[in-house]
Design a protein around this ligand. Sequence first.
Ligand SMILES: Nc1nc2c(ncn2[C@@H]2O[C@H](COP(=O)(O)OP(=O)(O)OP(=O)(O)O)[C@@H](O)[C@H]2O)c(=O)[nH]1
Ligand SMILES: [Zn+2]
Length: 221
Amino acid sequence: MTRKPREAVRSLPVPVPHTGVERVVSVPLPTVYGLSTAVGYLDHERGEEHMALVFGPPGTHDVLTRLHSECLTGDVFGSQHCECGEQLDSALRAVVAAGHGVVVYLRGHEGRGIGLVAKLRAMALQADGLDTVDANLALGLPVDARDYGAAAGILHDLGVRSVRLLSNNLRKREALVRYGIPVSEQVPLLTPPCESNIAYLRAKRQRLGHHLPHLDAYTDG
Ligand SMILES: Nc1nc2c(ncn2[C@@H]2O[C@H](COP(=O)(O)OP(=O)(O)OP(=O)(O)O)[C@@H](O)[C@H]2O)c(=O)[nH]1
Ligand SMILES: [Zn+2]
């Protein structure tokens, strides 16, 4: 048998899953959506905490998965500046309807990675007329500072090897693939716009490239 030289093996372009997350605890969590298992993780690389809600035995391939970026205002307080709370609700319902799946709740992603108070400052600038991209830039902050290495590490730890990703954000898909989790399908998570968030959703579509085709049905005024 011929063996490959070590250097050749090392240089293969295999995506490496993030290894900096540690599973700390796993506990049954009954929710209004159904019984889940809450799995707590520490991301030692970034000093962040994350949680995965697992419904059923998740399976290994084509697992219906939501990577949800924390949004305190939307997820907890029902803010209509954005659609995060409604997306979280829809994602949990979709996973439960499918019978199994995973919702990874990414803390440290708050405000697309700039943090809660900076996000509130960006929202104040939007109230003055800037859009969601220019508001971050006006604060001297990145438009999107999120990293998905921890998410990939969490999925890997849960035994998930490929996903059907509940998201309208093509960058999430690309990031997961880069971290070694193939996306077999991108499942849209569209919410009906309201007066308070339609301009924000349009900015997400035009400037961040989110796939939001349903907005075509809504005209100005
Ligand atoms: N900086 C900033 N962050 C916001 C704003 N509104 C919501 N967010 C944050 O945006 C994050 C969600 O990102 P989005 O770009 O809305 O959506 P996404 O998660 O990339 O895409 P989907 O998977 O389709 O939901 C959450 O962390 C929110 O806290 C805003 O006006 N400014
Ligand atoms: Zn939000």
